[in-house]
Design a protein around this ligand. Structure first.
Ligand SMILES: Cc1cc2nc3c(=O)[nH]c(=O)nc-3n(C[C@H](O)[C@H](O)[C@H](O)COP(=O)(O)OP(=O)(O)OC[C@H]3O[C@@H](n4cnc5c(N)ncnc54)[C@H](O)[C@@H]3O)c2cc1C
Length: 456
């Protein structure tokens, strides 16, 4: 066991078993986790540097932790590691109204940044459903997406620059604060989505936009089948003026949400499609008319449109409640595949077929406009054979997505959960190039080892 005394001289080191257990895993039910040697709750860049210098000197693994809301086991401890929790580094250091950027520490919660930006008439668009509970550092490390990303892009589109502590404890600064800048290699976007395998994000400069107009129209279509809802999503998303949100919930999900929220959702529909536009009122109304026609022609049995903000918000609250609602029904194993839009209806049908083949319940919801689906396999608590079947269904869904030209993860990351499947998406030479980058930045391979498909 490594000697912690040198580290204890620099930072507070936690070894209490109950506290260690509480920081040893994220929200991915199936991903395994180990027993850490210790944890450190960093409050400064110097703390992070001290941990990394000590870890390098003692060749000890470090698992970086933000808010722990990840769904891929990315923040899960491994035996003998240090859990480096950066959630207490949570200050918003600057909001620049004229240059439209924010400078933040990594532990700032996504919603807190957006609320602070709003006070200046500005907006931080990336909006994972976990926006109230997930950290900017975690969002950057996973390149989080969300509901409005179909129109406004994902986290990487908003990261201008980063402060990163490398494995040896050195601090680097990437990117810029100006609107444009191409000096040097684009290291910023190498770290975005790297899931803590290349460095610890200790600061970020993020692009902000002007706050959106209040205008907003919502169209909700009830379809007999998920495939029909998927086909309508293809048409709406592929239109000249696409939606600002385009979400799908299948019948299993709608029923779970209705049981959870009791808001009078159509529980007989095969699927609900939610299309939102946020442009000025007149334009929104015209688009809503068009989408209603698309839904009806696509077989929708019921379509309603509203521009009442309370109704719009209620429907998106229902959509955001999808995962918590399904989780209430049992042990939930969540997928995160993304397929080309043209294959969306086929993928939705395939998921239903896989559920039948493995005799498991799957509730599918997700960002239909991006082709990004979250089939969630729910099994009764304590039913081991059902969990085995869920695991088999999980793998079949991944392979089906890959066979359709899709990817293993659209936004949650690979973490430990899908580590072994990366080989099916990325060829050996490309993985070797990634391993070389990993070793250049982390020669001892101590940062978040055993995840993201990296062997080093
Ligand atoms: C109810 C619910 C809804 C969700 N909805 C969405 C959604 O719509 N879209 C979406 O993309 N995700 C969603 N998620 C997943 C999750 O919230 C995101 O992956 C989020 O970005 C994780 O942030 P976190 O702070 O919790 O990170 P953690 O879970 O703590 O860590 C995630 C990964 O990032 C690494 N990491 C964390 N902080 C740092 C740092 N400072 N430097 C380097 N590496 C770091 C960790 O090592 C780990 O690999 C949802 C989760 C839940 C529970």
């Amino acid at each position: 066991m490594s000697d912690l005394s040198a580290l204890q001289a620099e930072v507070e080191v936690i070894t209490d078993i109950d506290v260690l257990e509480s920081v040893s895993r994220d929200q991915a039910a199936l991903a395994l986790h180990g027993r850490p040697l210790a944890a450190v709750r960093a409050t400064s860049v110097a703390d992070v540097q001290a941990v990394m210098r000590w870890a390098t000197a003692h060749t000890t693994s470090v698992v970086v932790r933000g808010a722990g809301t990840g769904l891929a086991g990315g923040a899960n401890a491994i035996d003998g590691c240090i859990v480096l929790d950066v959630s207490r580094m949570n200050s918003i250091l600057e909001i620049n109204q004229y240059e439209r950027y924010a400078v933040v520490e990594p532990g700032v919660l996504n919603a807190d940044l957006d609320r602070a930006a709003a006070q200046h008439g500005l907006w931080y668009p990336p909006d994972p459903s976990s926006w109230e509970i997930s950290s900017i550092g975690g969002n950057i490390a996973t390149n989080a997406g969300g509901l409005c990303c179909v129109k406004y892009g994902v986290t990487s589109d908003y990261v201008l620059g980063l402060d990163v502590v490398l494995a040896d404890g050195s601090l680097i600064h990437t990117g810029r604060r100006t609107a444009k800048g191409v000096t040097g290699l684009d290291l910023t976007h190498l770290f975005v989505g790297s899931e803590g395998t290349l460095g610890v994000v200790v600061g970020a400069t993020l692009r902000l936009r002007s706050r959106r107009s209040a205008g907003s129209a919502l169209v909700v279509g009830s379809f007999p089948t998920v495939a029909q809802a998927g086909a309508a999503a293809m048409v709406i998303s592929g239109g000249v003026r696409g939606p600002s949100m385009l979400e799908i919930m299948d019948r299993t999900t709608v029923r779970a949400v209705e049981a959870h929220l009791r808001m009078g959702l159509d529980t007989e529909a095969g699927a609900l499609l939610l299309a939102r536009d946020d442009s000025a009122h007149a334009e929104s109304a015209a688009l809503a008319d068009l989408w209603q026609v698309v839904c009806k022609e696509g077989g929708a049995t019921e379509v309603f449109a509203t521009s009442q903000s309370d109704e719009v918000e209620a429907m998106f609250a229902a959509r955001r409640a999808a995962y918590p609602a399904l989780e209430k029904a049992g042990h939930a194993l969540l997928e995160d595949l993304c397929v080309p839009l043209g294959r969306l209806p086929e993928m939705l049908e395939r998921i239903d077929a896989i559920a039948a083949e493995h005799s498991v319940m799957i509730g599918t919801f997700g960002h239909a406009g991006d082709g990004n689906l979250h089939p969630t396999i729910v099994t009764p608590h304590g039913d081991e054979p059902a969990r085995e079947r869920a695991r088999a269904a999980f793998e079949d869904i991944m392979h089906a997505a890959l066979a359709m030209g899709g990817v293993l993860s659209g936004e949650h990351g690979i973490g430990t959960l899908k580590h072994e499947f990366v080989q099916y998406e990325i060829d050996a030479s490309t993985m070797q190039a990634q391993e070389r980058i990993k070793r250049a930045l982390d020669p001892l391979c101590i940062l978040n080892p055993g995840r993201k498909g990296l062997h080093s």
